[in-house]
Design a protein around this ligand. Structure first.
Ligand code: ADP
Ligand code: MG
Length: 472
């Protein structure tokens, strides 16, 4: 057998690696002289050279945020470095660590030339049954908590026996950023791994609609419908976007029936439970309830800490438990935001060449809070304050003079005035029919406590952050 081709290939790859390494080393030397040590350690050291082909150096980044961050803050120095090391035709492209394992083509491909810096996804031609699954979403990195227990357990059972459990369809619902997409794609990835012969497809209901419209326009509706009827596992994300789209719903109804009758697995996600999907055909709503509907609730504290720990590890960052707990205590609404807070903290540290301290974490949380437009009701405010002060929510409206309840009520009035558009009169009415002068008195009182008592000031700040972060 003629092995020369392979030997050759190996040699080329080896020398590519060598070159990439030495070129990247040179780049690092220049970069190090031009940025702070913190920036260098945080944003440049984790980058790995991958290959050098002609004048294009390919590097691997731990996650997509790196690219965004470098692109935004250090593009000048990076451009200059590439120019110095590789000459005027030098280019830098990157891949993301996770995606490298996919054996897929690069998901992102970015080029830095001395004049331009761009970042755009590469179009990859889809094979006939591209699954659309993102391999980053796995059970292994899906953290379990009270809020997702049922959904996670059912997802595991389905992935062991797709179409063969009574969880068909499997309908996952919950608010934004709580892990619906992650979970349903994990099922898909796990099935692909365990049952390679099964045809799995993932798409959002929006893509489904767009494809359907295109199929109508090009007279290929039968082909389109046949394609989906032929799947073993159909995963449709954000099914709520089918509401009001009658024709698409009608087609989906038929596909659903075909699949369900032949015991093929259907997995759906939505922001609401089936019966609250207004504008969705009753026939579909009732079918969605045939199997299992499981909700995902916001993560509890322990889970938020676990998620932050995990992420920090992913990014190769050492962050103290105290800081992680601070973030977890203040950012409570959803997981996407939790991840975002960590990135922002790293970014702040790097940009200002500061250590990651509790103080910086506090400032970061504050920044996140002030970035938000807030949409909160008086009831939301009451609920959050009562939870924070550990008093039953109904007490806040009662005519009691108990000290902690008076405090809760006054704080709630204060924030209702600050954060909602309600009149003083309306606010008073919400708290057991008090009049507007009581509200004014409450606000003055809180203001006074804030000025005289530092711990009260901290409490007020932390409540404000919580309110803003959870209602934006
Ligand atoms: P949704 O689809 O509900 O809006 P996503 O699935 O997109 O939410 O999740 C938002 C982000 O949070 C993603 O980066 C996801 O990986 C992460 N995430 C969500 N739930 C978990 C979890 N239980 N464990 C680890 N990461 C999670
Ligand atoms: Mg989603």
């Amino acid at each position: 057998m003629d092995n020369s081709k392979f030997v050759n290939l190996e040699l080329t790859q080896k020398s590519e690696n060598l070159d990439a390494n030495s070129v990247w080393k040179k780049c690092l030397t220049i970069i190090k002289e031009n940025v702070t040590l913190m920036t260098y350690n945080t944003w440049f050291l984790p980058i790995r050279p991958v290959s050098l082909v002609q004048n294009t150096l390919k590097v691997q980044l731990p996650n997509p945020f790196f690219w965004e961050w470098i692109d935004e803050h250090f593009s000048t120095i990076v451009k200059k470095t590439i120019y110095d090391v590789l000459g005027p035709d030098g280019k830098l492209s990157y891949i993301i660590a996770d995606e490298k394992e996919l054996k897929k083509d690069e998901i992102f491909n970015s080029t830095i030339t001395p004049n331009t810096i761009t970042s755009k996804p590469v179009e990859t031609k889809k094979p006939s049954h591209e699954t659309n699954l993102n391999p980053r979403y796995k059970f292994e990195n899906f953290i379990k908590g009270e809020g997702n227990q049922l959904a996670r357990a059912a997802a595991g059972a389905i992935s062991d026996n797709p179409g063969g459990t009574s969880f068909n369809p499997f309908f996952v619902y919950g608010g934004v950023g709580l892990g619906k997409t992650h979970l349903i794609q994990s099922i898909g990835n796990s099935i692909v791994e365990k049952f390679p012969e099964k045809k799995v497809i993932y798409l959002s209901s929006d893509s489904f609609t767009v494809e359907f419209v295109e199929a109508i326009q090009s007279n290929r509706v039968n082909e389109f419908s046949g394609f989906y009827r032929n799947m073993d596992v159909l995963i449709i994300d954000d099914i709520q976007f089918l509401t009001g789209k009658e024709k698409t719903q009608d087609l989906f109804f038929h596909i659903f029936n075909t699949l369900h009758q032949s015991r093929k697995q259907i997995i759906l996600s939505s922001d609401k439970p089936p019966k609250e999907l207004k504008g969705l055909d009753e026939r579909l709503i009732s079918r969605f309830q045939w199997g299992l509907s499981a909700d995902i609730q916001p993560p509890e504290l322990e889970m938020r800490i676990a998620i932050l720990k995990n992420k920090a590890e992913d990014y190769g960052m050492m962050i103290s438990t105290e800081i992680l707990e601070y973030l977890a205590n203040n950012i409570t609404s959803n997981i996407r935001e939790l991840e975002g807070s960590l990135i922002k903290l790293l970014a702040n540290a790097s940009l200002n060449s500061k250590e990651i301290t509790l103080d910086l974490a506090k400032r970061t949380v504050k920044e996140i809070a002030t970035d938000r437009k807030i949409n909160i009701t008086i009831d939301d405010i009451s609920r959050i304050i009562c939870t924070q002060l550990n008093i039953p929510e109904n007490k806040i409206r009662e005519k009691t003079r108990k000290k902690e309840i008076v405090l809760a009520r006054q704080l709630a009035m204060y924030f209702a005035k600050e954060l909602t558009k309600n009149s003083l009169k309306t606010i008073g009415l919400h708290f057991g029919g008090r009049d507007h002068s009581t509200v004014i008195h409450a606000c003055n009182n809180v203001e006074q406590m804030r000025n005289s008592d530092p711990s009260m000031n901290d409490l007020i700040d932390s409540i404000r952050n919580k309110l803003k972060l959870n209602y934006s």
